[in-house]
Write a protein that binds this ligand. Structure first.
Ligand SMILES: [Zn+2]
Ligand SMILES: [Zn+2]
Length: 279
């Protein structure tokens, strides 16, 4: 069993890369991919731990790209030292950094007593994002859970939402490919109805270099999974799968098995790996 979509404390997961690898090993997984949002900084820690414990760790990243609301593109087997990729990720980090003070400003205007300082303190060096802002609001007693903060204030279209500058899908794919990785469209059901229209989107992304689809995902129904399997076959796209594990931030999702409905075969890892090894 494998899990090619896992988050750590380097983005919005709650376990460190080492803890994630240890958990995956305990659960008997053969391979995992570390795919934090817009950063590869956690990968090296996971690889070291993977070598120690004897579990394969794929270097990955999940890049947010512009598409209606947002589209996520996974880079798997990327060279984390690739300068082009790192430049793009730095740019995204800058976008994100500019965004946080804007959100704080909105919240203050709405009467919430919150400062950037408090958010920074709480993040203890991780990439600062909305989860940290939500945590401060919970800590101060405004809300009882971070989920509630997202539903009422920080989520898309809510009063304290601030649009994030993003890469175009083709830019995200280009960065992944230049770093020698495979570009996989993450959880397609989140932004596409799986019909003929979505095939055109997949085909357009394939023109840009997309290698595959995340067919297996915690939030895909059996029907969606089957449709994606068919589409992948029809369009000659590789198949990938992962739980999108976030630790306690999404407690219903477990590493490897998702909501209990996942079982991603080792074979999928080998097929993807062979695509990377091919010149
Ligand atoms: Zn995602
Ligand atoms: Zn994810």
């Amino acid at each position: 069993m494998i899990d090619l979509h896992v988050h750590t404390t380097f983005s919005d997961g709650t376990l460190t890369p080492q803890e994630v690898v240890k958990l995956a090993k305990e659960k008997g997984l053969f391979a995992i991919a570390i795919t934090d949002h817009d950063t590869t900084d956690g990968v090296i820690h996971a690889i070291d731990e993977g070598n120690r414990l004897g579990i394969k760790v794929v270097s990955g990243v999940e890049i947010s790209a512009d598409f209606e609301i947002e589209m996520h593109i996974l880079g798997l087997f990327v060279d984390i030292n690739n300068e082009f990729l790192q430049q793009k990720l730095k740019m995204l980090e800058r976008f994100r950094k500019e965004r946080n003070p804007k959100i704080i400003e909105k919240l203050r205007k709405m009467g919430y007593d919150i400062s950037m300082d408090e958010v920074e303190k709480l993040s203890s060096g991780e990439m600062i994002g909305r989860p940290h802002i939500a945590q401060v609001l919970v800590k101060k007693g405004y809300f009882s859970t971070t989920k509630e903060v997202f539903e009422k204030l920080l989520g898309f279209g809510k009063p304290a939402y601030v649009k994030k500058d993003k890469l175009k899908p083709q830019e995200a794919i280009e960065a992944i490919k230049k770093a020698g990785g495979l570009a996989i469209l993450a959880h397609p059901h989140k932004y596409l109805y799986l019909d003929e229209g979505s095939e055109n989107v997949f085909l357009e992304l394939k023109e840009y270099g997309l290698d595959g689809l995340e067919v297996f995902h915690s939030d895909h129904s059996q029907k969606e999974t089957n449709m994606l399997l068919e589409i992948a076959k029809k369009l000659d796209l590789a198949i990938s799968g992962g739980s999108d594990f976030h630790g306690e931030n999404k407690p219903e999702i477990c590493i490897g098995v998702g909501k209990g409905n996942l079982k991603i075969d080792d074979e999928i890892f080998y097929v993807l790996e062979s695509r990377v090894l091919k010149p």
